[in-house]
Design a protein around this ligand. Sequence first.
Ligand code: DGT
Ligand code: CA
Ligand code: CA
Ligand code: ZN
Length: 589
Amino acid sequence: MSETPTHVGEILEHIAQLLELKGENPFKIRAYTNAARALESLSEPIETIVNEGRLGSIEGIGKAITEKVTELVTTGKLPYYEELKASFPDGIFELFELQGLGAKKIKALHDQLGVSSVEDLERVCKEGKAAELAGFGEKTQVKLLKAIEDHRKHAGRFRINVVAVLADQLLSDLRAHEAVGQISEGGSFRRRKETIGDLDILVSSKDPEEVTTFFVHHPLVEEVIVSGPTKSSVRLKDGVQCDLRVVKPEEFPFALVYFTGSKEHNIRLRSRALDRGWSLNEYRFTVVGDAEGAQQPPVIHDEKELYKSLGLDFIPPELREDKGEIAAAEAGTLPDLIEWSNLRGTFHCHTTASDGKNSLIEMARAAIDLGLEYLGIADHSKSSFQARGLDASRLAEQVAEIRELNTSKEFQEAGFRLFAGTECDILKEGDLDFTDEVLATLDYVVASAHSGFTADEKTMTERIIRAIRNPHVTMMGHLTGRLLLSREAYPVNIPAVIEAAAETGTIIEINASPWRLDMDWRWWPLAKEKGVKCSINPDAHTVFGLQDLIYGVGIARKGWLTKTDVVNCLPLGKVEAALAAKRLKQAEE
Ligand code: DGT
Ligand code: CA
Ligand code: CA
Ligand code: ZN
């Protein structure tokens, strides 16, 4: 049995939860959670690491866990886990996914009310029984019902990185198959939505059955839901559903537009086709009504020709959300969207100085390997104590280390530079976690809120705007604090924040972590209109985390941004001025 890192990681996560339910030693519990995190950030198959005996040398994985993971990977079983699990129902793990519900409460619900699933919990809350438990109360009960509602909204969707790994593998294996002609991803994944319901893949082939057979037997497939000659649906690893469509070569452009969506975009296209006397479906154009009078549709070889036949420029998939793209394509005013290759560097990365897993030099070298010219370091500030935030003196040490590295031969030869920054906490009243004197020693400052999320919209907005008014705050980090499919955004008046950012010359980040993708793509056209610049930041905590930048590029494209809207498309020599602009402007005023 082959285990993916996330799968093994998930079992370790479950072990930690079970140990918590049993009231075990917190250090032991933490060891399992840490190990689960460490495995999540692996860049190679866990089997390879186990087989080569390198597991123990991964930071965060101790001797006992090394033994258990080795047993799990080599035998496919872990009796220790099975025994722990036997005393609790399977449904209990889902309860851990509810916001505001920890092991202590879950244990009380389980032991005293027999709650063993989300459904059970909903029932005891509605019956008012949960409120009667010691330490619960009416308020908790209301919160739990809200948490269940939020949880259901997210059920069955996935963060984009989970889908991307599967899509890469499936597409490359299908592409190599001799019966496969053209192939593309479709649906929300091709449109780079922030979360994905299911993965859609489209293939053209003269032998659809052969392609379908190959697909449903692919090693990533765990369960076949439907399998017809041209349509099949499967469940992949990690529970992701995947639809495959196989069409004839001449149908491919039509099917690709149809299955890329969005539905709303497709509806607009169909109505344009009707204006021309053609009905458009997933296979072809058909002349409608009185064939005599109607103009014959042209022969279509690709998506571009299809758009052209409807009087439109080619619309990149990320824009196909019915947010004005059709009108822009008709007028020839679609933006020249930013591309991965436009990125020259990035800001907002963590190191081992706070809660990162790699050192300064390791992060720098990884950035150089990615072809970047510069990397901004922004470790946490002291109020984020759980992330080992830096105080002023540790920050000063790090700044000195960065300045030193910048004079090194290695950096000079690579034409590379580190920028010294901080991810400075925004405190309750909108004060910053460092004094202005300290902030002034840095090349740039990312300001983020990491606490006080229960404040109302007015309070939160004022806090953030106060931070934005500080001349040292170069950019706003993860504006709404959302964790996709897990924690809702805190309430904040985004147009007001955009207005303040525009007034002060503050950059807003696209946090490219697949958990955040924040500020949301839907707000970028407004920010751009107001003249606010964007920085695409990976919020990387490991060297691999830098690669999340690609998801940030997807979101920037969905937000209609071009390379001139994004500060980290500026090369070294120009980007310094962009970082300094706000301080200069405010000094002059
Ligand atoms: P998802 O999977 O929920 O993240 O979102 P999509 O957009 O991938 O939706 P999905 O997988 O249900 O369908 C893929 C595309 O197929 C969708 O974007 C547009 C097209 N499509 C599916 N059903 C319909 C439909 O009933 N009408 C139209 N016009 N298009 C549809
Ligand atoms: Ca889909
Ligand atoms: Ca689908
Ligand atoms: Zn942060």
